[in-house]
Unconditional design. Sequence first.
Length: 512
Amino acid sequence: MYRRAIAPSVLAASLLLVIPASAASSVPGAPGIGDPYYPASGNGGYDVSHYDLRLTYQPTTDLLQGTATLLATAKQDLSRFNLDFGLQVSEVRVNGLKAAFARSGTQELEVTPASPVKRDKPLTVVVKYAGKPSEFKVDGWTAWHRTPDGGVAAQEPDSAIWWFPSNDHPLDKATFDVSVNVPDGTQAISNGVLQSQTSRLGWTRYNWRSNKPQATYLATLAIGKFDITTATTANGLPIVNAYSKDLGDHAGAARASIERTGEVTEWLEGVFGPYPFNALGGYVPNVTSGYALETQTRPFYSPRQFANGANVSVVVHELAHQWYGDSVSVDGWKDIWINEGFARYAQWLWSEKEGEGTAQELADWAWSSRPAEDPFWQVKPGDPGPENQFHGAVYDRGAIALQALRNEIGDEKFFEILRGWPTAHAYGNAKVGDFVRYAEKISGKPLAQLFETWLYTPGKPAAPSPKSAAATARSFAAPTAQVEPKSWKKIAATNTVHDHDHDRGRGHDHGH
Ligand SMILES: [Zn+2]
């Protein structure tokens, strides 16, 4: 698909031989950022530092109108560059001048500035657009949740293309101002701090700011009728939670879980170190999906997460991601264990604290309850492939890997690592290999074999037992825990956490 789009520029390059070399060095930015799991995701040639999104949304029609202003820097001399976006664009300006634009592929917007942009020069891109996000489909699927009273964008790895143009990959993180105009009586929820809220002529504008680098898939937008609760943590962090007025019987359990956000964060700070952002919260829109997502500072929770009563475990999982996934993001999507192994392990630590099963007991049960022939053991958490990016093995085997590390190096070093890593890579990106090296550095032990076994070798390894003599003997015989820990089913129920309802769409979108 891109070959056809690239052909004219190849022709152009040959014609450029007669003009000065400086101009000839301008070439189109790549249509993807280079992630082998999702070749169309992100783009090459520039880096975004800030998104300013000024939106108007009409809940009755699902019409979203917007002006997006992207502040970026050219990373090469650019004759043209791509944005990832699905809605209808009416105008694009680059550094103030109207630019030509064209669509290609499923999500590419090719922008040709009036004149080439020089490397290291600022690039201000203004995109005016409108459309109904529910009508933009990639092979029949839309990430946009249409609700009876509005709409919601919260998906992984793709959601941005349904509501704003971007360099849609975690490698290019940026700060965000999201300003949304909605009819009075409707609320607009996004990330970070609500800077202001003003009403005029029947419309209310909500101005949200996320002031730390944020991956595009962690930007969220929820429009609907919400009950909003606010509070402040002991450390002075503002908490904003939002609950659809339409949660029915799930309303009580949702609040009984998410209103503990401050308490859970305080506990996580004891494990992972200082909370990396300046705002907290969570929201539950009236969607029909089952998953939750760690949207930055304000996780998204589906009402179904609360079908069996309060579910603090899922709150622990999504808040753990604020350190592991949001502040420290994947370098490529193959590094998903950096997110999910740790968020799952945080749930195990919470269970340990609550007296509902220790992390060791949960690791033992996760190991012993799956026979060696279970396909579960064929998934490599360290490089699961796009089709298994959110497979249960990335979570459970990924968390067993951490228990194996804990047993190998002892609690003191283990928790020093859990606490040190988010600071060492704060607001950046990291690979699985970076974590292995960090763990080796802090522990002073060679760990390549341990991680090779647990993250990269298909098949069922020996049990992840503690290194006492008795336990070592036991590990060669039988699993150490034959009893299901009390928290097991509760944690397993959060496995729809990243059950994306869209394997079909994703396969078509990125599988070629
Ligand atoms: Zn997760």
